[in-house]
Ligand binder design. Structure first.
Ligand SMILES: C[S@@+](CC[C@H](N)C(=O)[O-])C[C@H]1O[C@@H](n2cnc3c(N)ncnc32)[C@H](O)[C@@H]1O
Length: 821
């Protein structure tokens, strides 16, 4: 492995911008230069002016003055047939926008008007708002603006809640078509907090006519932790997971629970806006962010595409004042360059303390971990799994495996322990001269052979070393290594392991010097044929092929067993990628992919939200009141369950039928049906799969996020697997996700089938409210505990509820891309 110096790893770079609600300037290259000199990377700019705002208000008021009150028509509708005589906003004029195309435009984030209300229940207001948005988007596109920040949907209109989100979404769909080169960022709050939805002077929302509103019943509006995410979900669904549609997330002073944070972390958040009021003051009076804010920012910044940070309401950019020049609207670049007298009196006056803090936070980001460095460019990137049985790997692929800092160490440890136990227990070997016969099957370029020789030397146990490999190209390297590093100690066999008859040794009782040779057994067979889902690269089928070669009394396989694990996930980015691939490849949604999962949210977790968390506005910041099992910055632990397992040597392979010409593989079929409780509402896009393996004794490898740190932290050889769903399924709060999965075979190939059902839990008359069940103790069952699976299943059943199925996926099958045996 290349040497790595963490101090040279600068961590993620922050791109920081400045937002001012009412910027009254034409942004020229000179202004941008000023922005950069102040240490900002970019700035926002409103598309239209307050003059335009007044013009639209004037238009509306004169229109309303001449309009009769809306009434129901004969068919009982009010919104669709009456009063549809449109009010038309005339095109923009010079005074309506300060924006003008110039060299600075590409460095700007345009902001559309926040005073419109696309969700208004009054069709007049909604239509006027839509026209304003369209005019702004069209002009921004004309000017060459690449990024737009669009204030999110207004969710509360009296007693109506979230009713207009679909109208908002429909308008965004039009906007996406109108600005074909613009990236759209929907500016969302983290939670739906009605108290934060305040109308300001000049907003169109309060102008909605009473006839279209529903009387407010006086019930106090509640904070809905997932309400804002719900609105975003409707918008992106309506826009079919558009590739240019993103989230701009506003960080509140009080962060919501880690469940809500982890949901947003899985969404395409490309802008993080932080208001000056979100900062705390440290002892010296400087603005700082809380530990939980720092934790969330650190996580966001490690995403494949790190969001830009936009500071709002933190004072002007030094040297750039909002002094409107009536003729040119050019920014005044003087005056505030100079601090006031009292400021000048301070020794280290910092005109941009919020910016300095964020720059400092950037420098304090921890260096990337081994897996992060290894996975650069691979985060959330769909890859077809390897088929090393049918395809010969390239040297570079082996080279990548061999960089793993853990896997080979652990194999060496396992071989060492197996050899020591063999010697200590004085077990008879398969070799006439007493050496332990060790064979690496599927040796590749030979790293496990090197490790086995080292383990033998360290354990002081003599071995007869064999290496079997079917890749003729890798075999050339094995021959070379035998000459150069292994002193010719290794017997090399170029063969498919399934047709290998075992080691050839000279019979000892044979007195002739050139005595006869015979096949014997292998005492310890070492292989590494595992895929991301354990058995998906056909390790079971390959090792069945050498089953009879293993010493029938004491024979050991390293690995001794392996198991496949999975859990349902929300993975919007992966879903969007699969949908786009489906255009050219109809099998795309029925393919399991290898992916370095990052922007995903686990829908079933081991930490249960505190009672009433979803609806209690006083219980929003779990981060500030951590429970014993709840960290302030770590996202909840997923509930990962075991699908099935395989062990070797397999003493139970059924005898082959003499009636069949092909070898039956029926004993390697598996099926499972597992129930996952869903604590919060969400969308299931697929299943994330992992594996665990017992190499020997207590030496284990794991990619399962629940156990990997304890079993094989920092291992980088395997990314997880992702089983997508063609159509995402909505998941209710306190519901259940049931996944049924098969490993199928027709004796020529192996494939997987999977389907997901979603259930809501309805309390039966005896009970009143579903109590969330904690799965913490159920954990991720080991292969051993699988034997007592019944007890696990029992623990996950909830009493007092009736399951009502609310969603069901297709039965997906990867048969077309099955793994050839
Ligand atoms: C994942 S690589 C592991 C290589 C090496 N042992 C290591 O750990 O770096 C699996 C190797 O097994 C070989 N292989 C797979 N199926 C085989 C079979 N049926 N017979 C022989 N070799 C096989 C492949 O060619 C490949 O070299």
């Amino acid at each position: 492995m290349e040497s790595y110096n963490p101090s040279e790893d600068t961590g993620p770079a922050f791109c920081i911008g400045h937002h001012e609600h009412n910027r009254l300037v034409t942004v020229t290259p000179r202004v941008i230069q000023n922005v950069h000199e102040s240490n900002y990377d970019m700035m926002t700019v409103p598309i239209t002016t307050s003059y335009f705002h007044s013009r639209v208000l004037g238009l509306l008021s004169s229109y309303l003055a001449n309009l009769q009150s809306p009434t129901y028509d004969v068919v009982g509708t009010m919104a669709t047939t009456q009063n549809t005589r449109p009010v038309v906003v005339p095109p923009l004029s010079k005074a309506d926008s300060y924006l003008t195309p110039n060299d600075a435009t590409s460095q700007l984030v345009g902001v559309t008007s926040s005073w419109i209300d696309l969700c208004s229940p009054d069709p007049l207001i909604a239509d006027l708002s839509r026209q304003v948005l369209m005019l702004e988007v069209a002009y921004a596109a004309f000017c060459g603006i690449g990024y737009l920040l669009i204030p999110g949907p207004k969710l509360h209109h009296g007693a109506l809640h979230s009713e207009g989100v679909i109208y908002y979404a429909r308008a965004i769909q039009d906007a996406l078509n109108l600005g074909p080169y613009i990236q759209f960022h929907i500016w969302q709050q983290m939670v739906d907090n009605p108290e934060l939805e305040i109308d300001t002077m000049g907003d169109l929302a309060p102008l909605a006519r009473a006839e279209y509103l529903q009387p407010d019943e006086g019930a106090p509006p509640k904070v809905d932790p997932f309400g804002s995410w719900d609105a975003w979900d409707s918008i992106r669904k309506t826009c079919k997971y558009h590739t240019r549609l993103f989230v701009a997330l506003s960080l509140p002073k009080q962060l919501p629970s880690l469940f809500v944070q982890s949901r947003w972390h899985s969404e395409p958040v490309r802008l993080l806006t932080i208001d000056g009021s979100t900062f705390l003051k440290n002892q010296k009076g400087y603005p700082v962010l809380s530990k939980s804010h720092q934790g969330l920012i650190a996580k966001m910044m490690r995403l494949r595409t790190a969001p830009w940070i936009i500071l709002c309401g933190v004072g002007p950019i030094p040297g750039l004042e909002n002094i409107e020049d009536p003729d040119t609207h050019q920014a005044s670049l003087s005056g505030s360059d100079y601090p006031s007298l009292s400021q000048a009196g301070k020794k280290h006056y910092d005109p941009t303390p919020h910016l300095s803090y964020i720059r400092n936070l950037q420098q304090r980001q921890p260096p990337r971990t081994a897996i992060e460095r290894f996975g650069v460019g691979y985060q959330d990137y769909l890859q077809a799994p390897l088929q090393p049985l049918t395809v010969n790997l390239e040297s570079i692929t082996y080279e990548v495996f061999e960089k793993d800092p853990i896997k080979y160490e652990w194999y060496e440890k396992a071989i060492y322990k197996a050899l020591r136990d063999w010697a200590d227990q004085k077990k008879a070997t398969s070799h006439p001269d007493g050496k332990v016969i060790v064979a690496v099957v599927g040796a590749g370029r030979g790293p496990l052979v090197t490790r086995a020789l080292k383990a033998s030397a360290d354990a002081g146990v003599d071995i007869d070393m064999w290496a079997v490999e079917k890749n003729q190209n890798a075999f050339v390297l094995l021959q070379r290594h035998n000459d150069t590093i292994w002193d010719g100690k290794v017997t090399l066999v170029q063969s498919d392991m399934r047709s290998w008859k075992g080691p050839l040794v000279r019979q000892q009782e044979d007195s002739e010097p050139q005595g006869s040779m015979c096949h014997t057994h292998v005492d310890i067979i070492v292989s590494e044929l595992l895929g991301s889902f354990a058995d998906n690269e056909l390790s079971p089928e390959c090792l069945d092929g050498v089953n009879d070669v293993i010493n029938p009394v004491h024979g050991i396989s390293i690995p001794a067993s392996y198991s496949a694990h999975f859990t349902p996930v929300s993975a919007p980015k992966l879903h969007a990628d699969v949908v786009h691939q489906t255009v050219s490849n109809p099998a795309a949604p029925e393919t399991p992919y290898v992916v370095m999962l990052h922007a995903i949210d686990f829908l079933s977790t081991m930490d249960t939200p505190a009672a009433g968390e979803s609806s209690n506005p006083n219980n929003r910041d779990r981060a500030s009141t951590p429970s014993a099992s709840f960290s302030t910055t770590e996202f909840p632990t997923p509930f990962v369950q075991t699908a099935w397992s395989f062990s070797h040597p397999n003493r139970h392979i059924p005898p082959q039928s003499p009636m069949q010409s092909t070898i039956s593989n029926a004993h390697n079929v598996r099926q499972t049906r597992l129930t996952f409780p869903s604590q919060n509402r969400g969308v299931c896009h697929g299943l994330a799969g992992y594996f665990e393996t017992v190499l020997y004794g207590d030496v284990e490898l794991s990619t399962n996020p629940v156990t990997m740190d304890a079993k094989s932290a920092s291992m980088i050889s395997w990314f997880p697997i992702y089983f997508p769903l063609k159509t995402p399924l909505s998941v209710p709060e306190n519901g259940e996700i049931v996944a049924t999965m098969y490993r199928q075979t027709d004796d020529r190939k192996v494939w997987y089938e999977w389907m997901v059902e979603v259930y809501a839990l309805e309390p039966t008359p005896a009970s009143t409210k579903p109590t969330p069940v904690s799965y913490a103790r159920v954990g991720s069952p080991s292969v051993e505990s699988l034997k007592s699976k019944e007890s696990v299943t029992k623990q996950t059943l909830r009493t007092g509820y009736r399951r009502v199925r609310v969603g069901m996926s297709d039965l997906h099958s990867s048969i077309k891309d099955g793994c050839l045996m």
